[in-house]
Every structure is written in C-alpha cells, then in structure tokens.
Design a protein around this ligand. Structure first.
Ligand code: MN
Length: 247
C-alpha cells in the first residue's frame, strides 16, 4: 500500500506509527509542516526502507514561520521530496495570501535550482492560485496535489500541467468524488491518509483507511481491487524512476 501524504511527526508516538506503517508494508511519504521539524522527522524514517521524508512549510503556518524559508532553502539538498507546501485560501489564512504566495514562489524557485523535487501540495480554497503558480514554474519538479478539492475545470488545468494527485478517504467520500476521479489520469494517482488529521482519531497508524481508499477507487474505476493495487504500484515505480533523474 501507498501513503503519499502522512504527518508521522504529529502522531502521539511517531516511532510507533512508523513501525506500524512499516509492518503493514506501506510505502510512505512523511511530510513536515516546518523546516525546523525536518531533520528530526527524517530520523523517524531513518532505518525504514519504504519511508521517505519531505521538507515542508505548511501554508497555514507561513504567517508565523515565513522566516524559516532560508532554512528550507538550505535543507533542500537533503531530500528529493518537498511538502507540505502550497496555498490555503480558508477563512483563517486568506488574510496572509500575499505572504503565502511570496513564500510558495520562493520554494518553487528553490526546487528548480535544486534540480527538481517531488512536491506534495496543499491547495484548499486556493486551487486556481496554486495552479497559476505551478504553471509559471513548470521546471520545479513533479507536483502532487494532495486532497484536491478544487473545481473540475481546475482539475483539468492541473492535469494539463502534468500534475499528479494523492487521494484519500475524505476526498473519495465527497459528493464530487466520481466526477473528479473521472478527470484524473489513472497513471498519475497515489493514495494518502493525511494522518493523523483525516484519520480515525486513535493513536495508531491507519492502515485500514488505505485499504478502504483502494476499495473505493476500485468502485469508482469499475475494476477489481487487485487492478487498483497494480496501477498504484506501477505509478509509484514511474515516479521513483523520475526522482532518480533529479540531481
Ligand atoms: Mn497534510
């Protein structure tokens, strides 16, 4: 199974969550919300061959943490994966949109200078602006839109830009799931939990949520679960081959 957006460091016991994910055979992208958390979080996945750690600066924290961009740019050579980054247009964050855009811009430029990165991107209530920014920085790497909830039109724009998508249960349970999923190319989809946020509330790693995500994808794609698992595995391999070509 694949969990391409998980906040291991925010679990009650990150070590235990990492061990549970590892025992379940999950290929996991451990995203961070601040550059300061990166090195410590990378330690959690240190001895786990299926865990990768991403360097992030969460858009909802940008107004407090924007000075950490300098640290972000210093650390970018440490990993091929960046996230969680992006823009948030929700009520609490919209007031800081200009600053968010400035920081996102600096991060995208940093990714380009570093030779390209896989980027796990937040776009809640800001999908147009995120896609605009990505269209100006097509050489920043491979954008993976996490928990995409924008319009069908914006989904199509993102697809045209070459974006990938990580989808989780809340997205697949939404009313718009079937129209949205029909737009996203099957060979550019990965699964995610966004745990511990979107998870069941207990302290354990939610492997069951991933299995349920695969089950729902099978329904939407009108195919067997085994076929979904094969497709996801193929997608991860494709991504891995592209990552290997980054500097
Ligand atoms: Mn997240």
């Amino acid at each position: 199974m694949i969990d391409f957006h998980c906040h291991l460091d925010l679990f009650k016991s990150p070590t235990k969550a990492a061990e549970e994910a590892d025992a379940a055979g999950v290929y996991l992208l451990s995203v961070t919300t601040t550059p300061k958390a990166f090195l410590k979080t990378a330690q959690i996945g240190r001895n786990k061959k299926r865990i990768r750690t991403a360097l992030g600066l969460h858009p909802q924290l940008v107004h407090e943490r924007h000075k950490e961009v300098a640290l972000f740019l210093r650390l970018i050579s440490e990993t091929k994966y960046v996230g969680e980054i992006g823009l948030d247009g929700g009520a609490a964050s919209a007031a800081h949109m200009d600053l968010q855009k400035e920081v996102f811009e600096q991060i995208l430029k940093g990714c380009r200078s570093a030779g390209g990165r896989v980027m796990s991107i937040h776009s809640r209530h800001a999908s147009s602006d995120v896609i605009d920014a990505l269209s100006h920085h097509r050489d920043a790497g491979i954008p993976i839109l996490h928990w995409f909830s924008g319009s069908d039109a914006n989904a199509r724009r993102a697809v045209d830009l070459g974006a990938w998508f990580s989808v989780g249960l809340p997205m697949l349970k939404s009313r718009r799931a079937s129209s949205l999923i029909s737009i996203l190319p099957r060979d550019r989809i990965l699964t995610e939990t966004d745990a511990p946020f979107a998870a069941t509330g207990d302290a354990h790693y939610p492997a069951k949520a991933l299995a349920e995500t695969v089950r729902r994808l099978a329904i939407l794609w009108k195919c067997e679960e085994a076929e979904v698992n094969l497709q996801l595995k193929r997608n991860l391999r494709t991504l891995g081959a592209r990552v290997a070509r980054f500097n």
